[in-house]
Design a protein around this ligand. Structure first.
Ligand SMILES: Nc1ncnc2c1ncn2[C@@H]1O[C@H](COP(=O)(O)OP(=O)(O)OP(=O)(O)O)[C@@H](O)[C@H]1O
Length: 245
């Protein structure tokens, strides 16, 4: 029997903090070889949606359903987070540790099926692919802002994940780096991968579906949408989770 086409579906998905909605409901899907670009003004809920997809926040309501998507161990993924790379606003790299050792950590931590390892990039190869050849031996904190972003994107190449969830992946990248990154994304899509990216900048992809999040406006304007303030989530704890999970 033919394997089902890989697909991620958002079904009535509302995202937010605690029980307070920030955005949604979303009803859309993205299949193998496709990119879903999430757009919208500041504060619309793009990062909240991506953190929810990455398993860092629970959905307020609705569901994320998967079809034909395997986790790193080769078994069908129970959650999208088990089959996804997530690169958020934070880099998830330790400043005093060399760039190469940071990437080697991610390769070990994210693991993957043994059969995938021989087609994965080594840290040095991944750095060359993002235009940072030979920088593996220097501490991450020595890199410029754009180089740090590129080094953090290099971890997409050292462990295999079907779905890439990317929050503003090209922020701080110069034009040549943006073009190089678009090439890496196209290669991932051509290999049957899925990309879900929030961005204010065009990613330079040949074809992408767009999910535009309009600002939520309640009966009394945006502030009247919810009758109770959003429960504050400890941003330090969230940042730690975002950076290191
Ligand atoms: N820790 C938190 N506790 C409560 N509400 C929060 C918290 N972090 C963000 N929010 C709120 O959630 C809403 C959506 O924020 P989010 O970061 O998802 O927007 P965004 O579309 O990614 O914005 P930007 O384009 O500025 O990155 C905003 O109103 C924001 O104030």
């Amino acid at each position: 029997m033919a394997a089902s086409v890989s697909h991620v579906a958002l079904r009535g998905l509302v995202v937010g903090r605690g029980s307070v909605a920030a955005a949604g409901p979303f009803d859309t899907g993205v299949s193998a070889g496709e990119a879903l670009v999430v757009t919208g003004p500041n504060g619309a809920g793009k990062s909240t949606l991506l953190r929810t997809l990455a398993g860092l926040l629970p959905p307020v309501t609705g569901a994320i359903s998967l079809e034909g998507i395997d986790a790193a161990d080769g078994e069908p993924a129970a959650r999208l987070a088990d089959a996804a790379h997530y690169v958020g606003h934070r880099h998830g790299m330790k400043g005093p540790v060399t760039v190469g050792d940071n990437l080697a950590f991610w390769a070990r931590y994210l693991g993957g099926a043994a059969k995938a390892r021989d087609r994965l990039a080594t840290p040095a190869e991944a750095l060359a692919a993002v235009g940072l050849p030979g920088l593996d031996a220097i501490p991450f904190s020595y890199l410029s802002a754009g180089q740090q972003r590129r080094a953090s994107l290099a971890r997409l190449l050292v462990a295999e994940r079907k779905v890439w969830i990317l929050d503003e992946p090209t922020s701080a990248l110069d034009a040549a780096s943006q073009e190089r990154f678009a090439g890496l994304v196209e290669t991932h899509l051509t290999a049957g991968g899925i990309v879900i990216a929030a961005t204010h900048q065009p990613l330079g992809l040949k074809a992408a579906k767009t999910l535009h999040i309009a600002p939520r406006v309640g009966p009394e304007g945006a502030a009247g949408l919810n009758d109770k303030p959003a429960p504050a989530i400890d941003d330090t704890a969230l940042a730690e989770a975002e950076g290191w999970l």
